[in-house]
Design a protein around this ligand. Structure first.
Ligand code: CAA
Length: 386
């Protein structure tokens, strides 16, 4: 779907996110990148524009806007700052497990507060030795006689690590059952036995705090077990990632579009050989290819998101496809945009190099692009088998 065909509701979210990005994100993006400071002022901005409501169902205080409107918001925010785009989007990654698998009480307790932006939430699946092979995680939750659980282990690459208030944490309650023995828990910051650990020093998205999480004899009550159900955690994580990956693709899309906008502006202004650089055919063709690839990525992202919202059969394949394609396009486009700035592209006096650094991670997190290809490959061979 091209942008011209978006509905009134979609356009409203785009307009809101764009205004929020212009006021609260773009003016500070370079400073956040330099200082790695958490953008609390922009979180307040996003609250003011009600952006945390978009993906939360209406019955829990949200707008019921689904994944497509979430993607539209993430795209606009990421045009201004890829870091802010993901630290906003990761709240959807953290809350989809509750939306999909929480008990009524868990939904009522948390979703309205997430929708209002009162509580930030993060997602704890990966570990030092368990990344792509998520089912091999070693964090353990041992059930006690009174029904509570004691969690021991560590989580790695936790986006929004020390900024979140609530964490969806995956741990095994039955190690002998492999991925079927994984369960999910809701743990609040400050809970005894739960400690935020090392902060990573990142190449890009530098305003995003990515931390290790440590659980040391961390006792949680039975009502913190997601869905009051042991063993459904892995499927819950996979279903969550199916819904969250289009938002990473949208982050990539925003980064690519933002870089192209800057490259067009720069090459129009920059004079060489007595004319603007953008008037050379070689440059026009580069710009044209960048714009065309971005448009192809956009349509795949929007359609995959619509597929997820409509619950079409096999939407994990589309979610994986849009993540692979849009993030590869973002890396290619942002690299070419740096090239178009020449020597100025390689230094921090200009904002363009940040786009390239921010884009790289989109090919890695929420499932590397190699894992996305595995998901797609498995899906198409299964379809062929009938
Ligand atoms: N929906 C529902 N269930 C699913 C599913 C899906 N999309 N995919 C798999 N499952 C179920 C299967 O049906 C199967 O169920 P049964 O045991 O009942 O048969 C079970 O899960 C195991 O499935 P597989 O055998 O296919 O699992 P696998 O071990 O081969 O792994 C994988 C599949 C796709 C590689 C998966 O491990 C994966 O997605 N890995 C990447 C993990 C990832 O994206 N991590 C990123 C974390 S977030 C992050 O980056 C940090 C952050 O904060 C942003």
């Amino acid at each position: 779907m091209i942008r011209e065909l978006l509905t009134e509701e979609n356009r409203e979210w785009v307009a809101r996110a764009r205004e929020c990005a212009a006021k609260f994100v773009a003016p500070h993006a370079a400073e956040w990148d330099r200082t790695a400071e958490y953008p609390w002022s922009a979180i307040e901005g996003a609250k003011k524009y009600d952006l945390f409501r978009v993906w939360i169902p209406k019955e829990y205080g949200g707008a019921g806007g689904g994944v497509l409107n979430l993607c539209l918001v993430v795209e606009e925010l990421s045009k201004a700052c890829g870091g802010f785009g993901v630290l906003y989007a990761v709240n959807s990654l953290g809350s989809f497990p509750i939306i999909l698998g929480g008990t009524d009480a868990q939904k009522e307790q948390w979703l309205p507060r997430i929708a209002a932006g009162e509580k930030l939430i993060a997602f704890g699946l990966s570990e030092k030795k368990s990344g792509s092979d998520a089912g091999s995680l070693s964090c353990r939750a041992v059930k006690q006689d009174d029904g509570s659980f004691v969690i021991d282990g560590e989580k790695k690459w936790n986006t929004n690590g020390n900024a979140a208030d609530l964490y969806t944490v995956y741990a095994s309650t039955a190690p002998d059952r492999g991925s079927r023995g994984i369960s999910a828990f809701l743990v609040e910051k400050g809970h005894p036995g739960f400690r935020i650990g090392k902060k990573e020093d990142l190449m890009g998205i530098r305003c995003v705090p990515v931390h290790e999480l440590h659980f040391e004899s961390c006792r949680v009550s039975a009502d913190q077990l997601l869905g009051a159900r042991e063993g459904g955690g892995f499927a819950n994580a996979m279903m969550t990632l199916d819904r969250a990956r289009p938002a990473v693709a949208a982050q990539a899309l925003g980064l690519a579009q933002g870089a192209l906008d800057l490259a067009i502006h720069y090459t129009r202004e920059r004079q060489q050989f007595g004319q603007s650089v953008s008037s050379f055919q070689g440059i026009q063709w580069m710009l044209a290819d960048m714009a065309t690839r971005i448009e192809a990525a956009r349509q795949l992202v929007y359609e995959a998101a619509r597929g997820v919202d409509s619950g079409v059969k096999g939407f994990s394949k589309y979610a994986a496809m849009c993540k692979v394609f849009a993030t590869d396009v973002a890396m290619e486009v942002t690299t070419n945009a740096v090239q178009l700035f020449g020597g100025y592209g390689y230094c921090k006096d200009y904002p363009i190099e940040k786009f390239m650094r921010d884009a790289k991670i989109t090919q890695i997190y929420e499932g590397t692009n190699q894992i996305q290809r595995l998901v797609i490959g498995r899906a198409i061979t299964k379809e062929a088998a009938g």
